[in-house]
Design a protein around this ligand. Structure first.
Ligand SMILES: [Zn+2]
Length: 413
């Protein structure tokens, strides 16, 4: 006979053992959160491929962690193999691209590397790289081809700080995705779709990626804004600080885009930096401005020296006046430009010449923009406004509805 106490002990032991294995089993069956590498791999197959102009200059330096190959873009044949450590300077010379004196390419270059990343002028990017010559300006352009979601990982924290509320970051990711897709559709047949600056949206490649941003992208992946009653992507413009109200896209950019209307914004005044609401004077010499204008607008070349710049059209809203068009008066004639084009030609980053809500004056051969208010073009979502809306308890759908009241939010993949 087995003593009763011994049976109880054995039973208890069996019970503990099965409990232990149950817990162990439960733990191993729990779905593991996705690591960011697999998320990245997943994003590689999602969304349209974008073409981003990284730089256009006389020479470009590329660098890879391991070895790489440079292939001729027309024939796809390997022209050059570079071993690790592998950096090389490319420059335009006598109508061709000279690769460090070791090889010459006529029609362009595609870079192949097994690391899936590379650097251009010291900044790291994912995706693929193409180098295209522009013989008319004797320059070469570096173009990053990258799937949409991976591109956004390099944009979101370049546009708004990653520490901002999740709902603001989600609203930014939907706006940035829509804007990028719109641009890509508009420039479908061009060599590139987007620049890396505020002229489009700021893209800093791998250094802008953060765990929080990957999570935000996972939550909103494929979500875009559509123009009401259509399948067209909304050109979801946004800017930093509107200062009190936004404007219609057609009023600021011209054209017939009526999908983005102006709205009141009582929010950014509570959250924006003081020098965004009222910024310090910006100045640029007329000779330097002329150089920049001529390189962007060839029609300016024959007009000669700039004598004066005057507002040609202004808009009033929420107690301030925004210049929308400017007349550039030169020695041999005049030219009218969108004020936003003048601003981003004079200051391509848009960081100093912060808006066209300002007073323009010419003094001692210099253009001065004084009494400036707000930061950005004042069309679509106001980013500091979106931050404040989230702080006040609004979710990203409500934020998007406020700044794009006539758009429809939809997930397209
Ligand atoms: Zn605002």
């Amino acid at each position: 006979m087995i003593p009763c106490g011994k049976i109880k002990k054995t039973f208890r032991l069996l019970l503990y053992c099965s409990l232990f294995f149950c817990i162990l089993n439960f733990q191993s069956c729990k779905p593991k959160p996705k690591d960011f590498k697999s998320l990245r791999d997943e994003f590689e197959s999602k969304g349209k491929d974008l073409k981003v102009l990284l730089t256009k200059s006389e020479s470009i330096e590329i660098n890879c962690e391991g070895s790489f190959q440079l292939c001729d873009i027309s024939g796809d044949k390997i022209v050059m193999f570079q071993k690790s450590p592998s950096n090389i300077a490319l420059h335009f010379e006598n109508g061709v691209i000279n690769a460090g004196g070791k090889a010459k390419f006529e029609s362009g270059i595609e870079l192949y590397t097994h690391k899936k990343s590379f650097s251009v002028n010291g900044r790291n990017y994912r995706g693929r790289l193409k180098i295209i010559p522009y013989p008319e300006s004797e320059r070469i352009a570096a173009i990053n081809e990258i799937p949409l979601e991976l591109y956004l990982a390099g944009v979101i924290s370049s546009e708004v700080p990653a520490r901002w509320p999740d709902e603001t970051l989600k609203a930014q990711s939907v706006a940035s995705r829509s804007y990028a897709l719109f641009q890509a559709n508009q420039r479908e047949d061009e060599n590139w779709h987007l620049r890396t600056t505020q002229a489009n949206q700021v893209y800093r490649g791998i250094e802008a990626e953060e765990k929080k941003i990957w999570r935000i992208l996972l939550k909103t992946q494929g979500e875009v804004l559509l123009v009401q009653n259509s399948e067209d992507i909304l050109p979801a413009y946004f800017s930093s600080t509107c200062g009190g109200a936004t404007f219609k896209a057609s009023e600021v950019f011209g054209g017939e885009d009526f999908s983005i209307v102006g709205v009141e914004c009582p929010y950014c005044k509570k959250s924006a930096k003081k020098d965004y609401l009222n910024w310090p004077e910006f100045e640029i010499s007329l000779s330097e401005l002329r150089k920049k204008l001529v390189s962007n607008y060839s029609s300016m070349k024959k007009l000669g020296k700039i004598k004066d710049i005057r507002p040609a059209e202004t808009l009033k809203n929420a107690g301030f006046e925004k210049i929308t068009k400017v007349r550039i008066i030169c020695e041999n004639g005049d030219e009218t430009l969108r004020a936003e084009d003048l601003r981003l030609t004079a200051d391509p980053t848009g960081i100093k010449f912060r808006s066209t809500v300002c007073r323009l004056e010419i003094r001692n051969g210099t253009l001065k923009a004084a009494d400036g208010k707000g930061f950005g073009h004042n069309v679509g979502m106001c980013q500091y406004g979106a931050k404040q809306m989230a702080v006040e308890g609004n979710n990203y759908r409500q934020i998007l509805k406020h700044y794009y009241p006539e758009a429809v939010l939809e997930r397209i993949y």
